[in-house]
Write a protein that binds this ligand. Structure first.
Ligand SMILES: [Zn+2]
Length: 433
């Protein structure tokens, strides 16, 4: 692995859309597409075959000695949130590209083909829908659902795609067969403070937490702040505050399972200094990889709604906005990554991801591994996002070692260089217990 070249590749791609305010490479915009085309040209210059699928995923392939075998794939995304950071997504793409360069340097032939996949529209910033490319690749994109979504300028998803002169509808063509890939490996920034605080080099993700989201409406009674005695109020804000604390206590009690709960939105009405609030609307996000732990938090919250109603004379109504199942990543890949860390002398932590990634979708179809590198102060989706080149280099070395294992490096006589990391059957992937 050549860290200087890796940084150079990153610089070349990241300058597209870069500004002092942050990176502007929203999905399917000219900047994002330009970056993807630049990457495609880099891959072609290395003799890789390059194609774009109907959803805008770029797939660059380094042929293996046995081209009919399933490919070892690695990648991430080049799109960014509005005024985003310089590391989210892009470093996973750059690390996969560097692994290819490094194999070329070493004149390595692998038994399996290797693919770099640059996913389209991973971020939800433009159309409110995330990981579009990987959903399309596993054939689980709600195509009718996304077609009419609009961005802040009123442009539809469908129009945005045709402006990119993508192959056009139908997106079903992006779906790939189960035997196309052997494994998918993604490197990504952690986007949280855990690795930095523990002074650990990489995270090996065993599961990706899925959000359960609720919208809660509390109906109290508006009254005059000066004339309504404290014990005769139906204050919607205080009820909301109490619900927030109930959620905090419930999630704290599940700390060992890593379940987290957040009230991210609280709108209090009528919003006047001299009126006791009569309504409060909350948006609540609960995440975890442990299904029963998440359920425990949710049930405590529901019970809390009834307690608050009884105590404060308010009415609490809620709607479930989403309740996705957490995804567990392949144990075989996770274990293989641990062994690679041990062989390389890299410190690692097995951890859950609180954020969604393309790996989450890929794991539903193929054995999948996700490597985290530390994020300074846990900052992400912001221009202050930062990971040092040394830290990125450690992750990229691990990725390269892992790609070599799965792709099976061959000696000059065509025999596997070391024990063949072969499996006959993809293991059962699925929801967590
Ligand atoms: Zn990302």
């Amino acid at each position: 692995m050549n860290l200087e070249r890796l940084e150079q590749t990153w610089r070349e791609l990241n300058q597209i859309g870069y500004s002092d305010k942050g990176v502007m490479r929203l999905a399917y915009t000219p900047q994002e597409r330009q970056a993807v085309r630049r990457l495609a040209a880099m891959c072609e210059a290395r003799g890789m075959s390059v194609r774009m699928d109907a959803s805008g995923n770029l797939i660059a392939r380094r042929e293996g000695q046995q081209p009919h075998l399933p490919a070892v794939a690695s990648g991430s995304h080049l799109d960014a949130v509005f005024e985003g950071g310089s590391y989210d997504g892009i470093i996973g793409v750059v690390a996969a590209f560097e692994a290819i360069c490094s194999l070329d340097d070493q004149g390595i032939v692998t038994k399996h083909p290797i693919e770099i996949i640059c996913f389209a529209c991973e971020e939800s910033s433009r159309f409110g829908v995330s990981t579009v490319g990987s959903k399309a690749m596993i054939g689980e994109l709600d195509i009718d659902g996304v077609a009419g979504l609009t961005d802040r300028d009123g442009k539809t998803f469908r129009d945005a795609l045709s402006e990119c002169s993508l192959n056009g509808w139908p997106l079903t063509e992006a779906a790939r067969a189960a035997d196309d890939l052997k494994v998918f490996l993604e490197m990504h920034i952690e986007q949280g403070p855990v690795l930095e605080n523990a002074d650990i080099q990489v995270g090996i993700v065993h599961g990706i937490a899925a959000p359960t989201r609720l919208q809660v409406r509390i109906q109290g009674k508006a009254s005059h702040t000066g004339t309504t005695p404290m014990d005769q109020r139906q204050d919607a804000f205080l009820a909301a505050a109490e619900i927030g604390l109930i959620l905090e206590a419930a999630a704290l009690a599940e700390k060992e399972h890593g379940t987290v709960g957040t009230v991210g939105v609280c709108v209090v009405k009528p919003g006047a200094m001299n009126v006791v609030p009569d309504t409060a609307e909350l948006k609540i996000d609960i995440r975890g990889t442990h299904v029963s732990s998440k359920t425990t938090v949710l049930n405590k919250l529901y019970a809390g709604f009834r307690q608050v109603e009884a105590k404060r004379g308010v009415k609490v109504e809620w709607t479930m906005l989403s309740a996705e199942q957490p995804v567990l990543l392949s144990e075989e890949v996770t274990q293989s990554l641990e062994e690679s860390c041990q062989a390389l002398g890299v410190s690692y932590l097995k951890m859950a991801s609180g954020a969604g990634h393309d790996a989450m979708n890929m794991a539903r179809r193929w054995p999948t591994g996700l490597i985290f590198v530390p994020s300074r102060d846990g900052v992400s989706h912001h221009r202050e996002e930062y990971t040092s080149w040394e830290q990125i280099g450690v992750g990229a070395s691990l990725l390269e070692a892992e790609i070599k294992k799965w792709a099976v490096v061959l000696e000059a006589d065509g025999r596997p260089k070391y024990e063949d990391n072969e499996r006959t059957q993809p293991e059962q992937m699925g929801e967590s217990a």
